[in-house]
Design a binder for this molecule. Structure first.
Ligand code: NAP
Length: 253
């Protein structure tokens, strides 16, 4: 067996939410593994670009608000212009709104579902159409959550969206696996990013969470690099529809 099967040399990856957190970590990991990386974000990805430039990797950004599905053709077109054919899509961008279930507004519900669920499916569909047309396959990696498995507290729209991500990952895999398109997901545990900033500031919740993580610490963007590279690589050729938890053991409890 050769470790070359994990290489992303010569491949091109699109990563949404590339300016910070887990998306930035995945961009850097992919570039280190040899991929050309296209970061999609609603603001500049300069910090990500600088990290990748430090080791002379390839990175280009496409600015787009991922709450707007009408921008999908623009994203696909701009991504195609950067390095030629796109081989890998990581649907990472996502939002969370914390609120008692009794007080959740329909506006907040729709904004979470639009980005975390609707965009994930339709951006995947758009890239998959290009792969179905040229017959050369591709890889889709969706970022799910512990709340793809559990209910969570004060985040019902987020739980709905991330449960849907795990379900639609399987649904897409069932239709496209025969076309050499691998659709899988990563379910990060509790990671120290902007997404969990308020949670980590809440002394009691932070303590409850930390004491339940067998690894005894919050995760970092570097912690999901290995899973993200694996699922994007030839090594995952026969892996379809699975959600891989990278959670410090959270689900094992
Ligand atoms: P983060 O730092 O808040 O990153 C979220 C990313 O999504 C940011 O790049 C953000 O851009 C982008 N985004 C949000 N709304 C957008 C929009 N309308 N248009 C374009 N980009 C938008 O948090 P993170 O932890 O890295 O989150 C990445 C993914 O991991 C999310 O799907 C999240 O649900 C998931 N996740 C995180 C954890 C965790 O513990 N941190 C656990 C499980 C799953 P801006 O910077 O412009 O807002």
């Amino acid at each position: 067996m050769s470790l070359n099967m994990f290489s992303l040399e010569g491949k091109t990856a699109v990563v949404t939410g590339a300016n910070t957190g887990l998306g930035q970590g995945i961009c850097v990991a992919y570039a280190q593994a040899g991929a050309n990386v296209i970061g999609v974000a609603r603001r500049s990805c300069q910090e990500t670009a600088d990290k990748i430039a430090a080791f002379s990797g390839n990175f280009t950004e496409v600015i787009a608000d991922l709450s707007d599905v009408s921008l999908i053709p623009h994203i696909v077109e701009e991504a195609g212009k950067a390095y030629g054919r796109v081989d890998i899509l990581v649907n990472n961008a996502g939002i969370i709104k914390r609120c008692d279930a009794a007080d959740v507004t329909m506006e907040d519900w729709d904004s979470v579902i639009n980005i975390n669920e609707k965009m994930v499916f339709f951006l995947s569909q758009a890239f998959a159409k290009t792969w179905l047309a040229d017959g050369k396959g591709g890889k889709i990696i969706n970022i799910a959550s512990m709340l793809s498995y559990q209910g969570g507290i004060r985040v019902p729209a987020y739980t709905a969206s991330k449960s849907a991500v795990m379900g639609v990952t399987k649904a897409m895999a069932n239709e496209w696996a025969g076309h050499n398109i691998n659709v899988n997901a990563i379910a990060p545990g509790y990671m120290a990013t902007n997404n969990t900033e308020n949670l980590r500031k809440d002394g009691q919740r932070s303590e409850e969470i930390l004491s339940r993580i067998p690894a005894g610490r919050w995760g970092t963007p570097e912690d999901i690099a290995g899973a993200a590279i694996f699922l994007a690589s030839d090594a995952a050729a026969y892996v379809h529809g699975f959600t891989l938890a990278v959670d410090g053991g959270w689900l094992a409890r």
